[in-house]
Design a protein around this ligand. Structure first.
Ligand SMILES: Nc1ncnc2c1ncn2[C@@H]1O[C@H](COP(=O)(O)OP(=O)(O)O)[C@@H](O)[C@H]1O
Ligand SMILES: [Mg+2]
Length: 287
């Protein structure tokens, strides 16, 4: 079983320990996993066929673990016959917050009230202050802002002109959210992320993490999302409403494991590789 672990070269440096973890576990599972940088993959569409070329003229893999945010790269790999984790549909969904909310609304998953701005700027703030402004494609909380007055609103309209934006009610417990780690159909664990100094609970912005035990209601809600999709490894994030119930916030496609490793000894890489191996065996790949 041959696989590529795909990273952007710059991200690979920061994730060296995680990459080593993947390479080590794959050896013990008899999976031939190689680290491949995005800049060494070149793809053509010729005579109706997607063809993958690599600088080192590597043999093509059976599968790829795509650890870079590039849903169209995944789509091309899939079209060339490579099974991808996460798959192209999940990558396209999770990396577009508007698409995600529209799709999860179809499943009647609770979420805050919101409006989308996809084309023409809304001349007036559409919600009572303070509300949340976020771009459809942002990550790590960097493009998420609290809007407290009209001046801030106008500044954000200038700053993000021509980008798709979500305008959301501020959930009543700012600085707190729960990330549920999922592999395939299985809930692995959940982490409560909280920040004392910011309404954004992102770990990369200084938030802290603690183990979170899901109650039955929360578990059922997550399971309803999970059952509907063909996830590989994702994080599903929730805010809280005024009664402490989950409000869906986002699905993380290239989800990290730092918070999970901080609060538990779950070998998430091993579980992910076992899931992938089983999936490939079911697809007829035996070696
Ligand atoms: N509507 C909201 N109400 C309250 N807090 C929010 C809301 N939206 C986002 N947040 C906070 O901001 C953080 C970052 O927002 P998120 O939508 O997850 O964007 P990103 O993809 O950049 O992480 C969330 O983890 C949460 O703590
Ligand atoms: Mg987030």
């Amino acid at each position: 079983m041959r696989g590529w672990l795909i990273y952007h070269r710059l991200d690979a440096e920061r994730n060296a320990a995680f990459i080593d973890w993947f390479l080590e576990e794959s050896r013990s599972l008899n999976i031939d996993l190689q680290l491949v940088y995005t800049d060494s993959i070149h793809i053509t569409l010729r005579n109706g066929k997607v063809v993958i070329h690599t600088k080192e003229k590597q043999e093509l893999p059976d599968f790829s673990i795509v650890r870079t945010i590039d849903p169209l790269l995944t789509a091309q790999l899939e079209q060339a016959g490579i099974i991808c984790f996460n798959n192209a549909e999940i990558a396209a969904l999770a990396n577009d917050k508007i698409k995600t909310h529209l799709e999860l609304a179809k499943l009647s998953i609770p979420m805050v009230e919101m409006q989308f701005q996809t084309n023409v700027p809304l001349p007036h703030p559409p919600l009572a202050f303070p509300f949340v402004w976020k771009t459809a494609g942002g990550r790590g909380g960097k493009e998420v802002h609290l809007v407290e007055n009209d001046t801030q609103y106008q500044v954000l309209q200038q700053q993000y002109a021509n980008q798709s934006v979500l305008l959301q009610q501020l959930a009543p417990t700012p600085g707190k959210d729960v990330r549920v780690f999922v592999i395939g159909k299985e809930i692995i664990a959940a982490v409560l992320r909280s920040s004392q100094q910011d309404f954004r609970a992102n770990y990369s912005l200084g938030g802290s993490a603690s183990f979170y035990t899901l109650n039955i209601e929360e578990r059922q809600l997550v399971q309803r999302i999970v059952n509907h999709y063909d996830f590989g490894f994702v994080g599903i994030d929730f805010l809280f409403d005024e009664n402490g119930s989950f409000l869906f916030n986002e699905i993380e496609d290239v989800v990290g494991s730092r918070t999970l490793s901080e609060v538990s000894d779950v070998n998430v890489v091993r579980l992910y590789l076992e899931f992938i191996k089983k999936r490939l065996e079911d697809a007829g790949c035996t070696q």
